[in-house]
Design a protein. Structure first.
Lengths: 285, 264
């Protein structure tokens, strides 16, 4: 049953060295605060899953926490490349990492299959694409009814998924709205799920009945972290800090600059520092 | 800015916008395609359905999004669906008329590489990868591509097939069981290209105003074929230019704004 915990404790109780972990958020609702807490606690040998590993995986890879990444777009959305991830892939710095690369359709289907309790996902994909030749986890199956050859990939079943969401009610049910991305599937596919939220409200009685709500019994722990998605955004609370994404490109370009930034902005900070980072973005939301 | 009163990039975006129709359902790639699609919406195609892979269907942003998931895409959309639904029901389901893609590397058959420069396992440069493109390229009814010409970008042989165009040309798509049309249009900063009906090699059909055949060849890594009857792309109209420049000015202001107010 869900527990409301300080983020430090929620991360410590649910993440372990060597885990396969997804910190999901499709541009929106990226669980930055949870990722930073994981960085402070210094986990090692993680397999990081994410459709769009952006700044937080660049940071975790740069800090040497990842053994492997499973992804479909390893870029800084709208800006360019992820320079710490590149350094790891191209130069093995600070350690070499294994990569398993898919398309968005492949990852989305694999998460959905994980949520559905299936061993694999079947879809019409990767036709003519080079990924099928370099990723042994992209295979094919023949439709037993039509004979069509379809792509098959293993389902995604993380040990633990972290997401950010707008709000929880007092019982621990969680609401996600706006660009809902893959949040629901990533939670339901995982063995354990930890959710950071902007706020807790008394109840969800006045909400539209079809909104995306994750029942409390699908979640292990909830931590209240206002601004916890920054520099990503929380629809209805604060806007995306596009300038921070642009700045990251420079910070991550240099190994020492990166380390200094991580020390000052992650290692020496806490979850409580996020609220102030989104103050200037609230009126724009 | 040339003496023509517009830049080659503005010509590219505007020429690309003209290819879109009011009844198109367009899956929009970020960057150059996004600008073209929104200029179309703000000029001749007000009812065009623009779809970004974050799940926003029928979106009408006031500024160009930096990412495919900026909040304004959702706020102005007809509906926003989950990412698996986006790829399964809407793209794989055959509901997209145009997939509009950019490219880091492109070959003459419309195959695109945005994955690596060099060997996949020991890359010289690791690029972001395909994202939605591998399936956009095969599930959309047709594909438009837009990119600025350079010899590094337009190459005889791409390093990696991120998304499949016409493969080795001819009926290669059909041989792989792909029944969509694939790349049917390429808009660069210098010209408009269409695939040869038989070989599927991109052929220049229209030069932008003031552009020479030599310029097109000098910035392209393969031997360029030109159509016998070569057109000249109509110059941007005042409305098109104003629409594009206003959109870019709003976009710049919006993206810079968030950082400047930041507390010290």
């Amino acid at each position: 049953m869900v527990k409301f915990l300080p983020l430090k404790q929620a991360v410590a109780e649910n993440l372990n060295d060597g885990d396969t972990v997804a910190f999901e958020g499709f541009t929106h609702l990226i669980p930055t605060a949870a990722a930073h807490e994981a960085i402070r606690q210094g986990f090692r040998d993680l397999t990081l899953i994410r459709m769009t590993p952006d700044l937080i995986y660049d940071q975790m890879i740069g800090m040497g926490m990842a053994r492997k990444i499973i992804f479909s777009y390893v870029g800084n959305p709208g800006v360019g490349l992820l320079r710490r991830a590149r350094d790891a892939i191209e130069n093995g710095f600070p350690r070499s990492i294994e990569i398993e690369e898919h398309s968005h359709a492949g990852m989305a289907n694999a998460y959905e299959a994980g949520a559905a309790g299936l061993p694999c996902a079947v879809f019409r994909g990767y036709r003519g694409a080079g990924l099928a030749a370099v990723n042994p986890n992209i295979k094919s199956v023949t439709c037993p009814f039509t004979g069509e050859v379809l792509a098959a990939v293993p389902s995604i079943r993380p040990d633990v998924t972290f997401i950010h969401a707008q709000k929880a009610d007092r019982k621990g049910n969680v609401l996600v709205e706006g660009i809902i991305g893959i949040q629901k599937e990533a939670v339901l596919a995982a063995r354990r799920a930890v959710v950071t939220v902007e706020e807790v409200v008394d109840n969800f009685d006045d909400l539209h009945p079809n909104l995306t709500v994750l029942p409390r019994w699908t979640i292990a722990a909830i931590s209240v972290v206002p601004g916890g998605s920054h520099p990503s955004y929380a629809h209805g609370y604060y806007a995306r800090d596009n300038a921070a994404y642009l700045e990251w490109d420079e910070i991550a370009a240099d190994r020492e600059k990166f380390q200094a930034w991580m020390q000052a902005n992650v290692i020496e900070k806490s979850a409580g520092d996020f609220a102030a980072r989104v103050e200037h973005l609230r009126k724009a939301a | 800015m040339s003496e023509l009163g517009f830049t080659s990039n503005e010509m590219m975006t505007i020429a690309a916008s003209r290819a879109l129709r009011n009844d198109d359902v367009c899956f929009v790639g970020i960057g150059a395609p996004s600008a073209a699609c929104n200029v179309a919406r703000l000029t001749h195609a007000p009812d065009i359905t623009l779809i970004y892979e974050s799940g926003t269907i029928g979106t009408a942003p006031d500024v160009l999004p930096l990412s495919i998931g900026d909040g304004e895409l959702c706020e102005t959309a007809v509906t926003t669906v989950a990412v698996p639904e986006m790829f399964r029901y809407w793209l794989q389901g055959g509901r997209i008329s145009i997939g509009f893609l950019g490219a880091a590397q492109l070959d003459k058959f419309g195959n695109i590489n945005t994955t690596v420069i060099g060997d996949y396992f020991h890359p010289k440069t690791r690029l972001p990868g395909g994202g939605g493109a591998p399936e956009i390229a095969t599930s959309s009814k047709q594909i438009y591509i837009t990119m600025a010409q350079t010899k590094r970008g337009m190459v005889e042989k791409i390093d990696f097939f991120t998304s499949f165009g016409h493969g080795e040309g001819g009926d290669h798509r059909k041989r792989l069981g792909i029944d969509t049309a694939g790349p049917t249009l390429l808009i660069t900063d210098l010209a408009i290209w269409k695939p040869d009906p038989v070989t599927k090699e991109f052929t220049v059909v229209s030069l932008h105003p003031g552009v020479t055949r030599q310029q097109v060849q000098e910035s392209c890594g393969w031997v360029v074929r030109f159509a016998e009857a070569l057109d000249e792309t109509p110059a941007p109209s005042e409305l098109e230019l104003k629409t594009l420049r206003d959109l870019q000015a709003r976009t710049r202001a919006a993206h810079e704004g968030t950082g400047k107010e930041k507390a010290a």
